[in-house]
Design a binder for this molecule. Sequence first.
Ligand code: NOJ
Length: 554
Amino acid sequence: MKTRWYKDAVIYQIYPRSFCDGNGDGIGDIKGIISKLDYIKSLGVDAVWLSPVYKSPNDDNGYDISDYRDIMDEFGTLDDWKEMIDGMHDRGIRLIMDLVVNHTSDEHAWFVESRNKDSEYRDYYIWRKGRGKNGKKPPNNWTSNFVGPAWEYDEQSGEWYLHLFSKKQPDLNWENPKVRQEVADICNYWFDLGVDGFRCDVITYISKKDGLPNGRLKFPLIGDENYIVGPNYHKYIHELNERSFSKYDSMTVGESIGITPDNAFEAIDESVGELDTVFSFDHMGVDFKLNVLPAKFNLAKYKKILDRWQQLPKTCQPTIFLENHDQPRCLPRFVGDYGDKRELAGKALATSILFMRSTPYIYQGQEIGMTNCAFKQEDYKDIMSVNALNTIKKILPPLLPYARKVLLKRARDHARTPMQWTAGKNAGFSTAQPWMLVNPNYKEINVEDSERRGDSLLNFYRKALKYRKGNDVVINGDFRLIYPKSKDIFAYVREYDGKRLFVIVNFKNKQVNFKLPKDLNFDKCELALSNYADAPKKLQSMKLREYEAIVYEL
Ligand code: NOJ
């Protein structure tokens, strides 16, 4: 029976490689996570989404899986994993695993077998003859999401295989019923070991258009309409739901490019039996053009995008996030130059999202206000950054300085610097040299210091989550934006069963006038939460101070 527990849940995302190193080899691992379970519990979150920990050669840090039923050596063993999940469940924390099944690693036994044309696994992947004389041109013009063509030629069989990500991540052929059954079996294997759900990686890419037609050539980093929410997407997910998700009190969240408020009903409504929720990325695109070139953040546009999700029927649960392992840090993306008001700005951002109708996600380090890092070229570790730099160096070297500038704003690496636990050696992440540069600001920004200060961002998150828990106005209430066109203020009213919450956030590092809306009537008003100690007790027209954020109960 599904309890839909995720409607009142806040989920904490762990990127295991960068969270905590338990065995002193410079790489985060499961023992490290176990050592921090009390910390995670103390935040007041309900579940953890764990980025992949399965066996993997790590071409894309675990998003290239070579064995779906075992744990990567660098992260520990299946027994460590069992200890971790027990530790979570003992503390009332659920575990959401990452399900990466659009593609496998090229080192997965299925793909190794599949290289042989006569193997029964050949059809587990998407193999095609090339075009042109001798078939030496790729079968179509699709590009990989990691730069370059989406096809790799295989000398042994004289054919090409499709990889929408790196060439070490061949796409599975979901048209093959055996592949779909394998995926359901993998999910059930982990459910039977106790997991509470899955975050489904690039799940809307699984069904490719018949005949794999050429796409409109677009900017290379953007997906193609020939595989986004393809013709059989809904059929396959519905089938997976029947074979697996629906049998457990689970929750699923799809990384679902192509699902928009206009078609979300067909994908996540409780009546359709597919996924429970999806991540949408439109709000992450407001400060980037074509998803990559830095642009000015426009609060009005951002609010409009979020509002459309809020207005979905109550049987469609939205999600909200400001960060994940693929995004730069939210400071200063959304609040401009915060100067010495980093934590105040972080509290403003937290307030803006935590009281919407949604399942919010907090990414490791967001709760202490970790920031982007001033990387040098040699510091980048992510395959996407490295590929982009190498390609530009090869084909357009004069653009290299610009590419470096873009990466300083856009690289996925910013989210992947080791978690800053203390002001001590390697930020308390590891006793050994970490696999990736530690952000030099760890001496000021770290958990230890945040624990010490009652008014830290970390303690604000705890307070806000405590206030949110079980609050039926937050879980079920209607959502109405106030001053939707304002480029400074993010304000909204939530209403449920005669109770209202009024949330008001100044997104700017300057004072901003707030005028009480004329149509807002209330007899009683209580201050519920604020990021200044002396916030006005009553909701009224006021001068909001820099990044001031207040929640009132009306
Ligand atoms: C989305 C994941 O979030 C990202 O980290 C990964 O590189 C791609 N999918 C490919 O699996």
